[in-house]
Design a binder for this molecule. Structure first.
Ligand SMILES: [Zn+2]
Length: 307
């Protein structure tokens, strides 16, 4: 394989950087974004076949994560199937969902109504999870036919100038990202297993969990959290520890009309009574261990938010 070719999308001019101590490579690709891939994943025929078949899905997933500053994706032989089943990835033929992704990406790049943005068929197809430049072009045409964008002249370098109509400008991101579920949880080391259990349960239900675990930038973290709550389909609130940030997030979610449900460790039940903690007409579901927590999350999602 050409040394400067992206192993996922085949783009020719990428940056590669070997990671010391292990057999992995950090790749910066104009189409996919930034990811790490192991030596095995680049050379095993089985994995190469999967990438040949589903490179568009992986490329779109990596782009999505890179653009949003989510955890960097590592492509390995033992996680390739999980990556390809990520809830963010639309079905290959779900052109409606792909078109909504594209509309949302154009909106993310538009700072004011009337502004034109330039997208390139060869490097921006991953934004719409398009298989090829041709599919990207077809999705853009679909948006134009639906009265969502106006496509202008071709710009230098193979880009097209695209402008959102009033209808396209007022997109509801929570509708686009209907796979995202926000988890409000006290962030501390002792809670890591708890968060992992909830994330796993959410994934089992076909949704993608969003939990902000970053302990840096304390001033902007709440702002980021509130933005992600806004975009999520619903919110899971773990009241364990009764942290002010979590209670605040719960109030915010309720205030903007976002649906949510409460869970809390059983050991805090009596304490809630003493403090007469007010949860409105929402019941708190108490769990005694991680297995029970997963059960509660899965049964509540299945009953209230079937996919
Ligand atoms: Zn690539």
């Amino acid at each position: 394989m050409d040394d400067n070719t992206c192993p996922i999308c085949g783009f020719k001019k990428i940056e590669k950087q070997g990671m010391p101590k292990n057999d992995t490579t950090l790749i910066t690709c104009p189409v996919c974004g930034e990811y790490v891939i192991t030596y095995e994943a680049q050379h095993y025929e089985d994995v190469k076949d999967k990438i040949r078949e589903n490179g568009w899905a992986l490329s779109g997933l990596i782009r999505y994560s890179t653009d949003r500053g989510l955890e960097r994706i590592v492509v390995r032989t033992d996680n390739i199937d999980d990556l390809l089943h990520n809830a963010i990835i639309p079905n290959a033929d779900d052109i409606e969902r792909k078109a909504r992704y594209l509309q949302n990406e154009i909106r993310r790049r538009t700072h004011y109504f009337g502004e034109s943005v330039s997208l390139n068929y060869s490097t921006n197809s991953s934004l719409a999870f398009a298989r090829k430049g041709r599919e990207f072009e077809a999705l853009l045409n679909l948006l134009e036919e639906s009265g969502i964008v106006e496509v202008g002249e071709q710009t230098l370098g193979g880009g097209f100038s695209i402008k959102l109509t009033a209808k396209g400008y007022s997109i509801d991101e929570s509708d686009v990202l209907s796979h995202q579920v926000f988890i409000a949880n006290w962030f501390a080391e002792e809670q890591e297993e708890v968060i992992k259990a909830v994330e796993e349960a959410v994934r089992n239900c076909g949704y993608e969990p969003m939990c902000i675990k970053d302990k840096k930038y304390p001033d902007t973290i709440m702002e980021k959290a509130l933005g992600e709550i806004r975009k999520s389909k619903f919110v899971i609130i773990n009241l364990t520890g009764m942290r002010p940030a979590v209670v605040y997030e719960a109030g915010f979610a309720g205030g903007i009309g976002k649906e949510f449900f409460y869970v809390q460790h059983e050991s805090e039940k009596e304490d809630n009574k003493k403090k007469s903690f007010y949860t409105g007409h929402y019941q708190i579901q108490y769990y005694k261990d991680l297995d029970q927590l997963k059960e509660i999350v899965i049964s509540t999602i299945t009953a209230r938010f079937p996919h």
